[in-house]
Design a protein around this ligand. Structure first.
Ligand code: HOZ
Length: 426
């Protein structure tokens, strides 16, 4: 068997940069990727046979851990019946019923194949519904890679230092208005300067693509009120927070009702799925009921639907979110304690099972303050942790997730290792 370095060489001959998504290339952490062989529960195994505790979880979907037996059984069952039909199935209705039942603001939902597609479609729908063209997004929020949403975006763009990307037309870029996260005054100023022109405001209700930044007290409520005042739709991008902070996502967690919601990651149980949904009268503008067109051959794919239903069922068991929150608290407290003991300036954030340890004094409340983190220190920390069996995000600006499969002992051992590593880096 070839090793990771050899496989990376081979991949680079036929795939740009050797990867199918830029963050996988490990460019900002000064090393090359370990190629994955398999994963089980809380562990991920590379092709060299090394094992790691997985704090990335495929960037969020694997909240139950890898290879959950109920999900595998549901998928195997469906595999035998067929993998794609391009025609309606009961599974799609069952998955939709599960979403409508659990996500408070969603009356109708449509499934697509990725979070990017969900957001792109929701924005088109918001424009079609309001007959307006501009959108507001936040600096450092990431909503996938559709043209209009790449401006000032988080995730791979901040990791690789790409403020805006060639290939997006000036007209498209001009329709995207950018505000600093957690700054209601700035949002009001943008609305006032663009009266009657803003179709929607989209945000991650907990920012999870510039590390993890919780909304300030009153921020989400303030946005709700501003959208109502200026006649714009409020879109919660819950691709990360959906089914992670609560069954009903951040909107249940914080008690705020958006007009539209985008979902992805967890509802696919590790298969490519996205979804967008919201108030009936808005969703009814979609074809075939209304004029806003949106479609997809693999939308509502039966394998992905079967996996998603099994995941939601499992997450619905009592105590799930209490357990995730306790693990998240333990992880965040352990990491902050590790940094403090080692004498490394650090600011920790946590909401439920989403955590981030920023290597800066903080407080971190927006992209401006997040960008002050010491990314070189993070790169050194990342490589040392990887060598010791911990699979962390290859970027300071991504979440470190706790999962249901992870044990408290694994979390404690990871934090103890972080303490030893940080002592050598202080
Ligand atoms: N939203 C993911 C990171 N938070 C994206 C992962 C990727 O770009 O591959």
């Amino acid at each position: 068997m070839l090793d990771s370095a050899q496989l990376f060489e081979q991949a680079q001959k036929v795939i740009p940069g050797g990867v199918n998504s830029p963050v996988r290339a490990y460019k900002s952490v000064g090393t090359t990727p370990r190629f994955v062989d398999s994963a089980r529960g809380s562990l991920i195994f590379d092709v060299e046979g090394r094992e790691y505790v997985d704090f990335v979880q495929s960037w969020g979907p694997m909240i139950l851990g890898h290879g959950d037996p109920d999900v595998i059984e549901a998928v195997e069952d469906q595999l035998k019946r067929g993998t794609s039909f391009g025609a309606p199935t009961l599974l799609e209705t069952m998955a939709a019923e599960a979403v409508v039942k659990t996500v408070p603001s969603i009356d109708l939902v449509r499934f697509v194949s990725s979070g990017t597609e969900a957001v792109m479609s929701a924005i088109r729908l918001a424009r079609g519904y309001t007959d307006r063209e501009k959108i507001i997004k936040f600096d450092g929020n990431y909503h996938g890679h559709s043209d209009g949403l790449l401006a000032s975006a988080g995730s791979g763009l901040v990791t690789l230092g790409i403020p805006s990307t060639p290939g997006v037309t000036k007209g498209t870029a001009a329709d995207t208005l950018i505000a600093p996260y957690n700054d209601l005054d700035a949002v009001r100023a943008i609305f006032e300067a663009n009266a009657d022109e803003v179709a929607c405001l989209i945000l991650e209700p907990v920012a999870g693509n510039m590390g993890v930044i919780p909304p300030a007290d009153g921020f989400l409520q303030g946005l709700r009120e501003l959208c109502d005042e200026f006649g714009a739709l409020l879109i919660f991008d819950e691709v990360i927070t959906g089914f992670r902070l609560a069954l009903g996502g951040a909107q249940e967690y914080y008690g705020i009702t958006p007009d539209l919601t985008t979902l992805g990651k967890i509802i696919g149980g590790g298969f490519p799925v996205g979804a967008f949904g919201g108030r009936r009268e808005i969703m009814e503008k979609l074809a075939p009921l209304g004029p806003v067109y949106q479609a997809g051959t693999l939308s509502g794919n039966p394998i992905a639907m079967a996996a998603g239903i099994a995941v939601i069922e499992k997450l619905s068991r009592p105590g799930t979110y209490e357990e995730l929150a306790l693990k998240g608290e333990r992880l965040a407290a352990g990491l902050k304690g590790a940094a403090d003991t080692a004498g490394v300036p650090a600011f920790g954030t946590q909401v439920g099972s989403m955590t981030c340890l920023y290597f800066c004094e903080g407080p971190v409340t927006d992209w401006d303050s997040a960008s002050k983190a010491d990314t070189e220190l993070y790169a050194n920390y990342f490589r040392a942790m990887l060598d010791r069996g911990y699979w962390l995000a290859p970027s300071q600006f991504e979440a470190c997730f706790a999962s249901l499969a992870m044990t408290e002992l694994q979390i404690d051992e990871m934090c103890a290792t972080a303490r030893e590593v940080l002592k050598t880096l202080a």
